[in-house]
Structures are given as C-alpha cells and as structure tokens.
Design a protein around this ligand. Structure first.
Ligand SMILES: Cc1ncc(COP(=O)(O)O)c(C=O)c1O
Length: 416
C-alpha cells in the first residue's frame, strides 16, 4: 500500500485549497532588484508589497557589512550557540538592540516567528516537569494577533480555560477579562501585535499598560505585557523605537525583527536581563536551533547603527511618502480601509474579484501589490495592501495612485 493513500489525500487537500483560490505556493519569482524595483521576466516593477519600509535592504553599507561578516565568520553558523560558542558580532548585536530599546539585554532568534513560538512557550509554561516556573498562567491575546503568537500559545499546550481572546483593540473587553479572572491565576500574560499588518492599525500600548498596572496586584506573579512590534521597530515613532516611543509606554517584553524595516534578517527579544537569561535557558528555538549567520548579524548591526544615526532623516522621508500616497488616494476619490499612520496603507476595494483584477492590472503597469481578501479581512473589506517605503520616488507613488484610480474607474464603468 505504501504512501499511495496518504499522497492521494494530500493531493485532494491541495485541490481543495486551490479551488478556494487561496493557495500560496506558486510564489512570484524575482530575478533581482534594481534600485527600489524588482526584476521579473527582465522587466522592472516598483515594489509596493515589501516590509523594507526604510529601503535598507539594498543599502550599500549594510551589504558590505554582511560581506565582511561572512568573510570573518563564514557563510553559516556551524552549530547552535551553546555548543559551538557565540561570535562577537552576535553579542555586539544583542547589546546594540538592547541599547536601541533602552533595555538591559536582548536575545537573537532566527526570526520573529521563531522568537514568538519559544518565548510564549517559556513564559506560559516551564520547560520541564521539575521547572520552578508553573503553568498557572492566563494568556490574553488580541483576536487579530499574528499567526506566530497564535502558534506560540498553541504549542505551550495550556488548557482552554487558560486562554482568552479580547475583541480587536477593545480595551474594555481586555479589562473585563482580567476582572473576571481575578484570583484565579498566579500570573497573566497580555500579548499583542504592535501594528496589525493587514490594516496598519496601531495597538494602544499605553492603554494596555494602564489596565495591566491597575490589576497587577490582584495576581501573585503580576501581569506581563508582551508586544510583538515586528512591523514598527525601526520605522515608527520619532526615532524608530516603535510603539513605545509613539505611545509613551513601556512593554515588559518587546519582540522585533531585523527582517523588515532594518533590511537585514533575524528576530529578537529585548527586556530585563532576568527575562533574557531565562530565555537563553528555556527558549527551545534559541537553545536547539542555529542562530542567524555572522554575515546576517553584521548586517543587522550596521542597520542598527544607520537607524540610530540617520533614522530621523530616513523616517522623515518615509512619512513624506506616506503623506504623498494618502493625499493622492483621497484626492483621486479612492478610499483607505483604515486611518493608518504607518507605512502599511490599505486601499479599500470591498469585493474579492475586483481586488484580484486591479492587482493584476497594476502588475501589468509595473507595480507589485498584494490583494487581501476575506477571511483575512471581514467580508466587504477586501483591500489592496500597499506598503510605502522611504526608498520610493515621488513620481513612482504618483504614477501608482494614478493607475489605481484609472483601473477602479474603468472597472466601475464596466470597461474592464
Ligand atoms: C506581527 C508579526 N510578528 C512576526 C512576524 C514574523 O517575522 P519574521 O519574518 O521575522 O519571522 C510577522 C511577519 O510578518 C508579523 O507581522
């Protein structure tokens, strides 16, 4: 019999996914990048669907730092850190991240996804049966949190009673859940995205912290606020410090990525040294998985240096570009799906077929964007997710908005 039956089931499942029009595996193949453009089939496309918000991915200093790091430390890490040792550049990068966020220490992971999986597991539950860290935790998560947070809670294997979901960005609901669970748990962990990546909405960390502080004494081990600020670190707040800078509040633990605004690769967690030391002992994807390479760490370090020294200037350019885009959308009679002030700017289309059509017409015009449909966004809220970068030229943004407007108009008139 072999695997015939199982392979048949997998084939049917792929067919089911394809028939729903939600398959992801036929990714677009990019041959290279030229300035802010991607080369596909020999043609240049302006990229409006990248998390490279500051345009640092192609920064010459970062690339050359990566090359130097690779020459010095090799192309791969060799082994996990506790076996093979930690290179100087990984240590320096961790210290630079901690300093950037005004924290005692930081720890690197291969990605923010991997950080979320391990960190949530470690905080929710001790890693072994004889761990002194009990699993007597209530985890409260925003209903639209990123998949890596959902999976982090899932892998911790806690019971249904230990998980609560608060309505998206609804602080009264969050408070209600905490109030109703007073005295039932030793500690509470509130976990949230900083920016919700489909609509660019910003979670109000100050409101969450205020609620956490109000009820902290009701739980023996207190209330911990964990913020995954992957889309904001580097590119939000006056100097790129993300949600904390914007809202003037401090999370207990920040999760970030070097793979979006920093233009490099890898994930990180920063906070008090006691948390970071505990993660170095308990976070499975840190202890038992390779770190980023020395080349990647060198690139991350250079990106941090650039953002620390020139961030304000680059952020000014990004914010000017966001303004040009938003004004263009509004003056052309198009609608934004949220009032985001982040580089993520969703254009509301409201219909899955129209969204698909416009994305394809924009591709023909030389623009890369992503259509987002139900169930990722509510029914009737289908959108084109546009991601603005400091690297965009004014005329690219203006041409893009003109194309959007023309296609929308022609589709509405039934011409296309
Ligand atoms: C909120 C959030 N967290 C984590 C991640 C994953 O980041 P990384 O690519 O570093 O794993 C993403 C990716 O889009 C994200 O939106």
């Amino acid at each position: 019999m072999g695997l015939k039956k199982f392979k048949e089931i997998l084939g049917n499942e792929l067919g089911r996914i394809d028939s729903l029009g939600i398959s992801k595996r036929n990714e677009r193949v990019i041959e290279g990048f030229w300035e802010d453009g991607a080369i596909i089939g020999g043609r240049r496309y302006v990229v409006f669907n990248s998390n490279d918000y500051l345009g640092l991915r192609l920064n010459k200093k970062i690339i050359s730092a990566e090359e130097e790091g690779t020459k010095k430390y090799g192309a791969g890490p060799g082994a996990v850190r506790f076996i093979s040792g930690t290179t100087e550049v990984h240590k320096n990068l961790e210290l630079a991240i901690a300093k950037f966020h005004g924290r005692e220490d930081a720890i690197l992971f291969s990605s923010a996804f991997s950080a979320n999986l391990s960190v949530l597991h470690s905080l929710i539950k001790g890693q072994s049966v004889d761990s002194l860290v009990s699993s007597n935790t209530l985890v409260i998560s925003d209903e639209l949190n990123h998949r890596s947070i959902i999976e982090g809670i899932r892998v911790s294997g806690i019971s249904k009673l230990q998980k609560e979901v608060f309505s998206h960005m609804n602080y009264d609901d969050l408070e209600r859940i905490i109030r109703e669970n007073k005295g039932k748990f030793r500690r509470v962990i509130i976990v949230t995205d900083g920016i919700f990546s489909m609509l660019g909405e910003a979670q109000d960390i100050k409101k969450i912290k205020t609620i956490a502080e109000r009820y902290d004494d009701e739980f023996e081990e207190g209330i911990l606020v964990v913020v995954d600020d992957a889309h904001r670190v580097g590119c939000f707040g006056k100097t790129g410090r993300g949600c904390e800078e914007f809202f003037g509040a401090r999370a207990d633990i920040i999760i970030g990525t070097l793979g979006k605004a920093f233009g490099a690769d890898g994930g990180y967690v920063t906070g008090d040294k006691i948390f970071i030391d505990y993660f170095r002992e308990s976070a499975a994807s840190y202890v038992y998985s390779n770190p980023i390479s020395g080349g990647n760490a060198s690139a991350g370090l250079e990106a941090l240096r650039i953002i620390s020294e020139e961030g304000v200037k680059i952020l000014k350019k990004l914010n000017e570009n966001i303004k040009i885009f938003k004004e263009g959308i509004v003056s052309n009679g198009l609608k934004l799906a949220s009032d985001s002030n982040h580089a993520i700017q969703p254009i509301l289309i409201g219909d899955p077929e129209k969204t698909k059509k416009i994305v394809s017409l924009l591709f023909d015009d030389g623009f890369l964007v992503t259509g987002i449909n139900y169930p990722i966004v509510p029914k009737g809220c289908d959108e084109i997710r546009v991601q603005i970068s400091a690297a965009h030229k004014k005329e690219d943004i203006e041409n893009f908005v003109d194309s959007c407007e023309r296609h929308m108009r022609e589709i509405q008139m039934g011409i296309k």
